[in-house]
Design a protein around this ligand. Structure first.
Ligand SMILES: C[S@@+](CC[C@H](N)C(=O)[O-])C[C@H]1O[C@@H](n2cnc3c(N)ncnc32)[C@H](O)[C@@H]1O
Length: 319
């Protein structure tokens, strides 16, 4: 059981950091949420991602990629980061004359056989690449620390033991922070984005980068008293996450200022806009039918306000 794994590690080390805790809860090979639990669930059983909700999302993305491909002469080679169960891949393959489609997915069990798609588990398996790198809800699925400010000092939440039960504790934090929480507030620091993107862009030579995720700017994240860390199980927000080890999605909001800054080191013409703006610009209404009221409201209002679209160009294009 995951509790045993975590308990043993805490006993050995004295405590585990929250990013290590989220890594184990989400990606432990036998008991992790993404590696063992969510893959069993039907689409949307714990939460819906936009491609799982409706093919309308894929239709809009397809239109955008086709437009960029024609404008800039970028070949329709697609690398999808964290492709999960492959919903977006299936939709895009149906709509676009894709040359190659590659999914990077670290959860072995999530990797379904989709005709026309090659699935790899790590960036090491990818050769030099030119084309489109796309992702939905990928950067929010990295492990993260929870940093709080109390009495003017920074602390990180760690997991320790009280008897045989796991509990939170605060330890002083002196590492770097792209965004400092205000007094009494909590900020989630995703771990591994910089290294991952460094490695990705060693392979990704030319093309277009596009990512969708929920999040905000430092200005709004640093004033959140209870932070943005959330645990979900079966569509319900739970507060006793220590009792749902490996059974709940542990997630937090993406700091788009931080992500944008990293990406600006690798891309040009970086742009950030709300999902609702992106969908309307790409003519989402043309893909919606009268039966799609719930889809329209979810995509345009609910996700539309919380999600952002970050894009940029890799390498030089004349057109
Ligand atoms: C929230 S899910 C989103 C799945 C899919 N993109 C969608 O929209 O339905 C995030 C996915 O990213 C995968 N993932 C997270 N970090 C990864 C990494 N470093 N390399 C490959 N896959 C990763 C997870 O296993 C999970 O399947």
């Amino acid at each position: 059981m995951l509790k045993e794994v975590i308990r043993k590690e805490v006993e050995r080390e004295g405590f585990i950091t929250f990013d290590r805790f989220t890594e184990l809860c989400l990606y432990h090979p036998d008991f992790g949420y993404y590696t063992a639990e969510r893959v069993k669930a039907l689409p949307g059983e714990d939460f819906f991602t936009a491609p799982e909700l409706s093919p309308v999302f894929g239709k809009v993305v397809a239109r955008h990629l086709e437009k960029i491909s024609q404008e800039k002469g970028i070949p329709l080679n697609i690398l999808e980061l964290g492709g999960g169960k492959g919903f977006l891949a299936k939709d895009l393959l149906e709509l676009l004359p894709v040359e190659t489609y590659l999914i990077l997915e670290k959860s072995e069990v999530a990797r379904k056989v989709i005709p026309g798609v090659k699935v790899v588990g790590s960036l090491e398996e990818i050769e030099e690449f030119s084309g489109f790198v796309i992702s939905n809800e990928f950067f929010d699925a990295f492990p993260f620390k929870r940093i709080v400010k109390r009495g003017g000092k920074l602390y990180e939440v760690v997991i320790t033991l009280k008897g045989s039960e796991l509990k939170e504790e605060l330890h002083p934090y002196s590492g770097n922070l792209p965004c400092e929480p205000e007094e009494g507030c909590e900020y989630s620091l995703f771990i591994g984005w910089e290294e991952f993107l460094e490695e990705l862009f060693r392979k990704f030579k030319r093309g277009y980068f596009l990512t969708f995720d929920y999040g905000s700017s430092c200005d709004s994240l640093k004033v959140r008293k209870s932070g943005t860390f959330r645990a979900f199980s079966k569509h319900t927000l739970i507060d006793n996450y220590l009792e749902f080890l490996g059974k709940a999605d542990l997630t937090s909001s993406v700091d788009f200022g931080y992500l944008r800054k990293i990406l600006e080191g690798h891309l040009v013409n970086v742009s950030l806009e709300p999902l609702s703006t992106f969908l309307l610009k790409e003519g989402v209404e043309r893909f919606l039918s009268p039966e799609d009221v719930v889809v329209a409201v979810t995509l345009l209002v609910d996700m539309g306000r919380k999600f952002w679209v970050l894009s940029g160009v890799r390498g030089a294009y004349r057109r």
